[in-house]
Design a protein around this ligand. Structure first.
Ligand code: SAH
Length: 340
């Protein structure tokens, strides 16, 4: 059975023509699917014959809300979604002054092995299809009843380890007949799968690329991020330069501050020198404690000192505000709890 949300718009037209339907049906169906229709029966402008034809080989995929938490502090909404095969993924909707931002997952689990990360415990189960990635946006928006205007691909999984489906998803979510979310309102975060950064640059999709850097040198990065054994920082930054050159978009870096590992003043200096020529922005994230890991964050004062050091060296750095702290909104934690 085919999930029509796995087709790009042009592929949907082709498919419909192949079953003897007119081209204009694509617009109707695409729009229904992206509005969150849960069956062909809801698509009232399709004839009964068309619906029956579709039901023969295709289905309307949905996501079940298995658990939902709303933060009393800031209104952040966290979903544990259940996929049709029973696997669970997490998505988080955050309220910012510029609108609702959703953080979505790209895989069930992850095989990148970052030492501080909850999502990688247990490894990769499978990648999400393009439709499953999109469904998180569709069904969160439907549940909340307000437009989601921004997307960050910073949930469970490594998006560049699921390249084809992620690109398909990006095309679809941006499509004017669908949710129509602008590329400039989308960011994709990667731990640094270098060849795929070049491949993404070739796609010329002007989203924001965010790099999970987390270390100012290879020795530290090797010790916390296995991907660094394969692609060293210098290669990663070269790919970033290329990406910025081709897309004209600034690169963003994430740097999780882990006490005693990467948060000394010397580390700040090293980091500043590393990214100086990239005109980037650095997002500092006080590391979130994960039960199975013994990483701790520094004090508020130490975190502020790190940021100020970077700023004094001419590097644009902000500390990420923690949202949804009362509902363990950081990804990977809820799925892990349910798996147990
Ligand atoms: N695989 C992608 C997408 C995950 S994004 C990537 O690595 O970028 C989630 C972000 O949160 C990444 O920057 C990740 O390194 C970071 N992260 C994971 N676990 C964390 C933790 N316990 N504390 C702080 N940041 C963490």
């Amino acid at each position: 059975m085919i999930d029509l949300k796995d087709f790009e718009y042009d592929e949907l037209i082709e498919y419909l023509q192949s079953i003897g339907e007119k081209k204009f049906r694509a617009e109707q169906i695409f729009s229904w699917l992206h509005k969150g229709a849960e069956s062909y029966g809801e698509m009232t402008n399709l004839s009964k014959i068309t619906r029956e034809k579709l039901e023969k080989d295709t289905y309307v995929s949905t996501l079940k809300i298995r658990e939902k938490y709303v933060s009393r502090i800031d209104g952040t909404v966290k979903y544990l979604f259940e996929l049709p095969d029973g696997n669970c993924i997490e998505s988080v909707v955050m309220r910012y002054h510029h609108g609702l931002t959703i953080c979505i997952s790209s895989q069930v689990g992850c095989r990148m092995g970052c030492r501080f990360c909850a999502s990688t415990i247990g490894g990769l189960y499978r990648s999400l299809t393009a439709g499953e990635i999109l469904n998180q946006v569709i069904f969160a928006q439907k549940d909340i009843g307000e437009r989601i205007s921004n997307i960050v691909m910073m949930g469970i999984g490594e998006p560049l380890d699921n390249f084809e489906n992620v690109v398909k998803f990006l095309h679809n979510v941006n499509h004017e007949k669908g949710l129509n979310i602008g590329y400039r309102h989308i960011s994709l975060s990667t731990c640094g799968v270098v060849p795929m950064i070049y491949k993404l640059a070739e796609e010329k999709i002007p989203i924001t690329l965010t790099i999970s850097l987390h270390a100012p040198n290879d020795a530290i990065r090797d010790s916390i991020m296995p991907v660094n054994h394969k692609y060293k920082i210098a290669e990663l930054l070269e790919a970033c330069r290329e990406y910025a050159g081709i897309t004209g978009r600034r690169i963003s870096f994430e740097y999780s501050l882990i006490h005693g590992v990467n948060d000394s003043m010397e580390n700040a200096k090293e980091l500043a020198n590393l990214v100086r020529d990239l005109h980037s922005h650095i997002n500092l994230i006080p590391v979130n404690k994960v039960e199975e890991r013994n990483f701790e964050k520094g004090s508020g004062k130490e975190i502020k000192a790190f940021q100020e050091k970077l700023t004094s060296l001419g590097i644009n750095a902000t500390v990420r505000r923690e949202l949804g702290s009362d509902i363990s909104a950081s990804c990977g934690q809820l799925r892990k709890k349910v798996l147990k």
